[in-house]
Design a protein around this ligand. Structure first.
Ligand SMILES: *[C@@H]1O[C@H](CO)[C@@H](O)[C@H](O)[C@H]1NC(C)=O
Ligand SMILES: CC(=O)N[C@H]1CO[C@H](CO)[C@@H](O)[C@@H]1O
Length: 730
């Protein structure tokens, strides 16, 4: 077949942008009017509320500035569409090899059955199996995980032909069998049930081995298990590389006699005295180990809890890389993070619909999305630090003729030598090569460095989700996750890699600014806290911070507030949220901003001053308590522990409640109804804050289940809020 040069993908502009631009301009006029009002109405020296006024002006300046940056990405989002059918018409032997990396770090937080479902979904991609290699990096070096992978390698021999024969979707057995309680139309019922049994038996064996904490004695004779010896821990063990399925070996075939993908287990060496650089370190180890074994030009990395929900994703991504016209400068192809476990009204605001559907396509119009750490296809060479050059042409055949001479044991020994603790000493790994170290957002900074070397990236968001993960099911998990994200991104802004400084001359100014969007999450906590607390306290004292409700100056305030929220509501509904989901999302933004982002700011600044070392918390992926998951399904907020984050939330909620009651009391009982005009906006603001915090009051005073707020939090927060109240009215 001759090489066709038809485009493999196309790019379209978002529709209706003219109306949006008009709207944005009108908002800008409103913002300018507010500035003007603020600047010309400052209370004079000695008047009450002068400092509160200046503070609120600063907070509003911050919000305006942030809003303007956000407009850059809302200006003209673009969307890409792929033509996989044109790729399939081409010669299959010309398709490149693909390596898939999956990282896991803890067999308790990330159960091995979950991990192998992800692995199996990756092995079952609709792609020539001899061109596919799947690597699992196990940072805990746990024999449980190795055992699970060993079981998966045997199960794959039945699962893969079953998937291909009946075109099963999704190809994660856990997801497939949990969603489908009876055989699909195309399936042979007996074959279907025997496959289901096979899977469930395997999952049970793995679960019981994990529960017992040790593997059956008779397994120890199998290849690979002897790597573990007594006294090895997750922080202290030698390097381990085991090729469980060797795709080059003609003996590795499935139950129908077809080839299988290569499957490799890897645990890099860990010693207590050596820093291991978390996930970035694991990814770099995977890059080196895979270079020895398969050395494919394309690398996909996915989180261990994110299974593939679409077996066509590899082909879709290749449509970008292999496009003759426009593919030469694309460094990576990023899919969105989507979640499987989201309830109808998305209580914890995890689905990120507006970000995935509008913001990232908006970033795409500025040269590509950031690297988001999962669901991303990279070109291997670019991860090695290559700069963009027009003349470069990728050799898609690289690695296709694998080194047949070496047998698996020799490869394993060679690969182990690449993942010792000392291998990276005096090399550029973690700096110029591989993923960047010393940043909590290793993915975003690595993407930034790639963009600064002249490459572009693309974002692809097909309607059928490519990767599905597990969303946080408790408030604490969700808040901790956002703390990590905001912290990592803020750290970049304060480092020498700040896009505005490091990116100068390398990427466009607009691009530098949009790169800061998520970095500014963390510092937004301060103006938000101010807005949440000070106007309410001023209400209590009868100090007006906003124009009278009948004054013409109230119009821009009303316009901005309505415009912003109505627009967001419409956008949210268009992206698939429900009305209640939107309201939940508003609450989550307040909770995240006042806790996660505040903690992110403090942690970043402490680190900058040298007070604390970088820590990393893994969010637990499963909840243990049976009632907790029931509450999750009923969309009841889960607190349960006395985290200091909850204390901040409770104090803010109670303080606003007191201020609302106190303020209204003042107006009605003290007969100061004349004050209503100047304080009306503050009363409204305070009432909205109280309304959005309703579930918090419920958890403080009404609910009695295990997921409510502990009594200690109730008492301490009452104490703090009372104190603030009394100080204010004194
Ligand atoms: C996942 O894939 C299945 C088909 O296998 C599809 O029906 C489903 O809608 C997908 N899930 C999402 C969230 O897109
Ligand atoms: C891993 C996990 O938490 N899975 C849960 C997702 O939600 C469904 C129902 O909403 C549960 O059955 C799963 O256990």
């Amino acid at each position: 077949m001759g090489e066709s040069h038809e485009p493999l993908f196309e790019t379209k502009q978002a529709k209706g942008r003219f109306a949006y631009k008009l709207f944005a301009c009108s908002m800008l006029v409103g913002i300018c009017l507010i500035w003007f009002y603020r600047a010309t109405h400052v209370p004079g020296w000695g008047e009450r509320g002068r400092w509160a006024w200046i503070g609120i002006f600063v907070a509003e300046l911050w919000f305006s500035f942030y809003w303007i940056i956000i407009q850059l990405i809302r200006w003209s989002p673009i969307y890409h569409y792929t033509h996989t059918e044109k790729l399939s018409q081409r010669d299959e032997t010309g398709l490149p090899n693909v390596d898939i990396f999956v990282c896991t770090a803890d067999p308790i937080a990330e159960p091995p059955t979950l991990v192998i479902s992800t692995i199996l979904s990756a092995m079952a991609y609709n792609y020539p199996p001899e061109k596919l290699s799947v690597y699992l990096s196990d940072d805990a070096g746990s024999i449980m995980t190795f055992y699970a992978l060993w079981e998966a390698s045997r199960f794959a021999k039945h699962w893969l032909p079953f998937c291909k024969q009946y075109n099963v979707e999704p190809r994660s057995p856990a997801a497939y069998f949990s969603k489908l309680c009876k055989p699909g139309d195309a399936c042979n019922p007996t074959e279907w049930s025997s496959m289901k049994n096979l899977y469930e038996e395997m999952a049970n064996r793995i679960d019981s081995v994990v529960m017992l904490g040790k593997i059956p004695e008779e397994l120890k004779a199998n290849k690979g298990f002897s790597e573990w010896s007594w006294g090895m821990t997750s922080r202290n063990h030698p390097p381990i590389v085991q090729i469980l399925i060797d795709g080059r070996d003609h003996g590795s075939i499935d139950s129908n006699g077809n080839a299988l993908p290569t499957l490799v287990y890897m645990a890099r060496e860990k010693r207590p005295q050596h820093h291991h650089h978390f996930k970035a370190g694991a990814m770099n180890a995977l890059i080196r180990v895979s270079s020895e074994i398969s050395n494919s030009p394309i690398i996909l990395n996915m989180d261990c809890d994110m299974y593939s929900n679409n077996s066509e994703s590899i082909r879709q991504a290749l449509c970008f890389f292999m496009d003759e016209e426009k593919g030469h400068d694309i460094a990576f192809v990023q899919y969105p993070q989507r979640f499987d476990n989201i309830t109808k009204n998305d209580l914890y605001g995890s689905s990120l619909n507006a970000i995935n559907e509008v913001e990232i396509p908006g970033l795409d119009s500025w040269g590509g999305p950031p690297y988001l750490g999962t669901g991303c296809f990279h070109r291997r060479g670019i991860l090695y630090g290559r700069k963009y050059s027009k003349d470069y042409k990728e050799d898609w055949k690289a690695g296709i003729e694998r080194k047949t001479a070496k047998n698996a044991c020799i490869l394993e020994e060679k690969a182990k030598s690449l993942i010792t603790c000392t291998f990276e000493h005096n090399t550029q790994w973690g700096q110029e090569i591989g993923l960047k170290y010393d940043c909590a957002a290793e993915d975003v900074i690595t993407g930034l460095l790639i963009h600064c070397r002249g490459w572009k990236s693309v974002y692809i968001n097909p309607p059928r989700r490519a990767f599905l993960g597990v969303a946080p099911t408790t408030l604490a998990e969700s808040l901790v996750q956002y703390k990590r994200w905001s912290e990592g991104n803020f750290q970049i802004i304060l480092s020498k890699y700040c896009p505005l400084i490091f990116g100068r001359g390398k990427i466009k100014l607009g691009r530098q600014m949009v790169y800061c969007i998520y970095g500014l999450w963390a510092p937004s906590s301060l103006p938000t806290l101010y807005y949440l607390v000070i106007p309410s306290l001023c209400l209590l004292n009868g100090i007006s911070l906003f124009p009278k409700i009948m004054s013409p100056w109230a119009i821009p305030f009303a316009y901005i507030a309505m415009g912003k929220h109505v627009y967001e509501l419409v956008e949210s509904l268009q992206c698939g949220d429900t009305l209640a989901g939107w309201w939940n999302l508003q609450r989550m933004w307040i909770l995240r901003t006042t806790t996660s982002f505040l903690y992110g700011t403090i942690a970043t600044i402490l680190k900058l001053l040298g007070f604390s070392k970088m820590g990393f918390t893994i969010t637990a992926k499963v909840s243990a308590d049976g009632n907790a998951s029931k509450r999750y399904e009923q969309e009841v907020m889960e607190f349960g522990s006395s985290s200091s984050m909850f204390l901040i939330i409770a104090v803010a909620a109670l303080l606003n409640l007191f201020c609302l009651v106190g303020g209204l009391h003042r107006l009605v009982v003290d007969g100061r109804i004349m004050d209503l005009g100047p304080l009306f906006i503050q009363i409204l603001l305070c009432a909205l804050v109280v309304a959005i915090h309703l579930p918090i009051y419920e958890a403080l005073f009404i609910r009695k289940d295990k997921g409510s707020l502990p009594r200690s939090v109730t008492f301490v927060s009452l104490g703090f809020a009372m104190l603030a109240y009394l100080i204010t009215i004194a």
